[in-house]
Design a protein around this ligand. Structure first.
Ligand code: TXD
Length: 310
């Protein structure tokens, strides 16, 4: 069977690490695209030169145009600008909307059957732009946020209890912002509910830290945001799609009535396989969880109302 093709648009921190993980796991051939001249080419060549030590085989192309992306199986979009001093969230939204629109206009006609995995922030809004501009079915435009937020939740529980991350299963729902909704009720350690292992105040502290985990890294790095764990989260999704693993992962998916929400992207548990989002799993929520989710949905809706791509 021919190798699968993964294009990564935006060869910055997350894009480059995603490429490195994809090759290390031999998921397929890689095309790296960025607007900065020479940068994607340089990173592609550097990555190709790591192959003899890591023993992977893949064609890796770096490019400033989209021709080499044709017929990709998966396209990961990390292109975007970070927030600069003096820039409001709305300014950032407008700028990244413009970038996402131009990227998708180039990507979609060349890879009409691809699954688009969106990473750029503000995530929930960028997924909507990608769906509207591509015209792809909702199943084939999905965003990465919940896998990362859940991983952070799991990492903190593992640090607290000094147990293997492997045995921790958790769930975080909602938009990719400070209003995200970690669900301790659906969080277990080796099958044991977290509430049986930790007192409520420790669980609450871990939930809080999870909500602010992105900001915690930004304030340490000062010049950028997290990239190791976002790249790992992106790879978990790309692998589930390319290998048709049908994993149950929290992803940013288009809701068409599920959870009572319409025409919006939101973090929910989905079944991820070859066809993208193959199923959205609806959970029973108690009143408190529902209230939190509604609050998160309201902030996503507000952002969506500011998009110019309708
Ligand atoms: O959970 C999540 N979804 C996230 C999202 C976790 C981590 C990072 N998250 C967001 O992903 C972050 O807020 C950014 O919006 C993206 C990418 O983060 P990264 O850390 O990789 O940012 P970089 O290093 O600045 O890389 C962005 C690249 C950079 O090389 C630019 O030159 C490029 O995007 N860029 C473009 N590429 C192609 N086409 C266009 N138009 C373009 N504009 C900028």
């Amino acid at each position: 069977m021919a190798r699968r093709k993964i294009s990564i648009i935006g060869a910055g921190n997350v894009g480059a690490f995603t490429a490195a993980r994809a090759t290390a796991e031999e998921l397929g051939d890689i095309v790296l695209v960025d607007v900065v001249e020479g940068m994607p080419q340089g990173k592609a060549l550097d990555l190709a030169e790591s192959a003899p030590m890591l023993n992977f085989d893949a064609h890796i192309i770096g490019s400033n145009d989209y021709e080499p992306t044709a017929d990709s199986d998966v396209v990961v979009v990390t292109a975007g600008l970070p927030r600069k001093p003096g820039m409001s969230r709305d300014d950032l939204l407008a700028k990244n909307e413009e970038i996402m629109k131009s990227v998708i206009e180039q990507v979609a006609p060349r890879s009409p059957n691809a699954v688009l995995v969106i990473v750029s922030n503000p995530l929930d809004a960028m997924c909507m732009v990608a769906k509207r501009v591509s015209g792809f079915p909702k199943e084939r435009v999905v965003g990465m946020a919940g896998v990362l937020d859940t991983a952070r939740f799991r990492a903190f529980i593992s640090m607290e209890l000094d147990v293997s991350v492997e045995d921790i299963s958790a769930l975080v729902l909602g938009g990719h912002g400070d209003n995200m909704v970690p669900l301790p009720r659906y969080t277990t350690v080796g099958g044991i509910p977290i509430q049986m292992l930790l007192p409520p105040e420790r669980v609450a502290a871990i939930v809080d830290r999870t909500r602010q985990a992105g900001g915690e890294i930004v304030s340490l790095l000062k010049t950028g945001s997290a990239f190791f764990s976002p790249a790992a989260a992106t790879i978990a999704m790309v692998k589930a799609i390319l290998k048709d693993k049908k994993r149950i992962l929290p992803c940013c998916a288009y809701l068409d009535g599920e959870y009572g929400y319409h025409d919006m992207y939101f973090g929910v548990p989905v079944k991820l396989g070859t066809n993208g989002v193959e199923q959205i799993i609806e959970l029973e929520l108690n009143e408190e969880q529902r209230g939190r989710l509604d609050k998160s949905a309201a902030s996503v809706k507000e952002m969506l109302s500011k998009l110019t791509v309708k």
